[in-house]
Design a protein around this ligand. Structure first.
Ligand SMILES: [Zn+2]
Ligand SMILES: [Zn+2]
Length: 339
């Protein structure tokens, strides 16, 4: 624990250190007084001179607050303050072409605790050896940037309830990608079970309802099928669950000519994190747009529609199904009534 009595009038460096501890240890227990104090200070003057400070503090602690199930009203108070700030500052005076809130959030958050004190100290900002990496303080404190970060924080706390911010996978979705990637790399993260993971995604695919959810799960299960082809399991259940999920994917009837042509379908990335991120984006209503923006990472750079193409999805599922069936046969012999 950072031993700091971080009240709203504490030096910014102390507030930043306390918020950073909550940000990086968001799964641990913390005193929510510090978060509530920032929310109260912001609500008292949502468009005020220090709105940038409280907004960034609430942004840094948003993941932690989003995980709180306590009915102490913290999340509601934080959301009210952030929404008031968005209303007050969204159309504020600005002469900038771009703002930090439009950039990748994770990168900005990783260094924000160190940069925060410089936002109020022009001399320190000018002497910052990393100043080329960071937008100048006046751009960070610009009303439109503060309103933008208020919306980013709102989106963490109440996904899908605001607009005008970059698409992003939620923290939970990003963690899911990391857990899955740890399986694919052969070093499951603590608490991650390989057999549970294989079964879970096989069953999720079998129960998929929407086309985008199904397409995303087929991409994820395809990545898992690469792993299933090389791993050794104690019993066949997880492979059977993958098989059932893949076999449930509808096969287009008739001549399967979608008109996309030979180069019109995505080529899946081979880096586990990239292919899993692509699948997670497809599944996520809030991050789907990200796939179109970053499609280039797959080497295809194709629109979302091509990722959702039933011929493409069915083709992936068929290849993965074959891979899982072969793996099952090699490890456990042929099934008597093969599906
Ligand atoms: Zn601006
Ligand atoms: Zn197609």
């Amino acid at each position: 624990m950072v031993s700091v009595n971080a009240t709203p009038d504490a030096p910014i460096a102390e507030l930043a250190a306390a918020w950073e501890e909550i940000r990086t240890e968001y799964y641990a227990d913390h005193d929510t007084d510090l978060v509530l104090a920032a929310a109260r200070a912001l609500a008292a003057d949502p468009g005020g001179e220090r709105a940038w400070l409280w907004t960034l503090g609430l942004l840094m602690t948003a993941d932690y607050v989003s995980l709180q199930t306590a009915s102490d009203g913290t999340a509601a108070a934080v959301l009210d303050a952030l929404r008031a700030t968005d209303r007050a500052l969204r159309a504020g005076p600005c002469g900038h072409a771009a703002h930090p809130y439009e950039e990748e959030l994770e990168f900005q958050l990783d260094g924000l605790a160190g940069y925060l004190p410089m936002l109020d100290d022009a001399a320190a900002a000018a002497a910052n050896p990393e100043r080329d990496l960071w937008d100048p303080p006046e751009v960070w404190r610009c009303p439109r940037n503060v309103a933008g970060y208020a919306r980013v924080a709102i989106d963490i706390l109440a996904p899908g309830t605001t607009d005008g911010i970059p698409a992003r996978l939620s923290t939970a979705e990003q963690e899911e990608v990391q857990d899955l990637a740890s399986v694919l790399h052969g070093y499951p993260a603590p608490g991650v079970s390989v057999t549970w993971t294989l079964s879970h995604y096989g069953k999720a695919l079998a129960g998929a309802t929407g086309d985008a959810e199904r397409a995303g799960l087929v991409v994820i299960v395809t990545a898992l099928s690469w792993y299933a082809a090389t791993c050794t399991l104690a019993y066949p259940g997880p492979l059977d669950d993958l098989t059932a999920g893949l076999a449930s994917v509808p096969v287009p009837r008739g001549r399967p000519d979608c008109g996309h042509g030979a180069a019109g379908h995505p080529v899946l990335p081979t880096v586990p994190e990239d292919v899993l991120t692509a699948g997670m984006c497809l599944r996520s209503p809030h991050a789907r747009q990200l796939l179109a923006e970053h499609g280039g990472r797959s080497g295809a750079g194709l629109p979302l529609e091509n990722w959702l193409c039933p011929v493409f999805v069915a083709g992936l599922a068929r290849e993965a199904l074959l891979r899982v069936r072969v793996a099952r046969e090699q490890q456990f012999g042929p099934r008597r009534a093969d599906r």
